[in-house]
Design a binder for this molecule. Structure first.
Ligand SMILES: CC(C)(COP(=O)(O)OP(=O)(O)OC[C@H]1O[C@@H](n2cnc3c(N)ncnc32)[C@H](O)[C@@H]1OP(=O)(O)O)[C@@H](O)C(=O)NCCC(=O)NCCS
Length: 137
């Protein structure tokens, strides 16, 4: 049930890319290395392995955007990761995703690499993926 609710929010929020299915969400929730922060209205999924935390996805349902949910989730998952021993975090974001890029920059992530034409777009050329990273103190 939780997996289906997360998949519904993911599908509503991600209008430019393939939504993740309830089955994919369930597999991630069952994965020992992956942690959920938040719930159906707004959530982040983070994988922690060997001191590195990777933000797999973050989404706020369109009905609840611009209310500070994602900013709070970012702080929560980074605190959890630090407490679990992570020393650095990374993520990927589409070059044309201005909202997420602003959020990540505000949260201390900096550009470390680019994957050219990584995200397919139905009505435009594929967007580059920006690889961003931050160190935990
Ligand atoms: C990106 C996303 C998670 C932000 O969620 P949110 O809960 O609305 O974000 P917040 O209200 O916490 O906003 C935090 C900051 O993000 C940035 N931001 C959020 N939405 C924005 C928008 N529409 N335009 C520009 N900046 C935006 C701003 O810097 C904002 O700070 P501010 O409100 O002080 O200006 C949400 O827009 C979303 O789900 N998008 C679709 C999924 C997605 O792109 N996920 C990231 C994939 S890498």
């Amino acid at each position: 049930m939780l997996a289906a609710a997360l998949a519904a929010t993911h599908a509503a929020a991600f209008t430019q890319s393939r939504p993740w299915s309830a089955r994919e969400m369930a597999d991630l929730l069952a994965d020992h290395y992956t942690h959920l922060t938040g719930g159906p209205e707004a959530f982040a999924l983070v994988r922690e392995v060997a001191g590195e935390a990777e933000l797999l996805t973050i989404a706020t349902h369109p009905d609840h955007q611009r209310q500070g949910h994602a900013r709070r989730l970012m702080q929560e998952w980074m605190t959890k990761a630090t407490n679990n021993g992570a020393t650095e975090a990374f993520l990927e974001v589409a070059e044309d995703n201005a909202a997420a890029r602003a959020l990540y920059s505000d949260c201390g992530f900096g550009l470390v690499g680019i994957r050219k034409a990584y995200y397919p777009r139905s009505k435009a050329a594929a967007a580059d993926a920006l690889l961003m990273k931050r160190l935990f103190p």
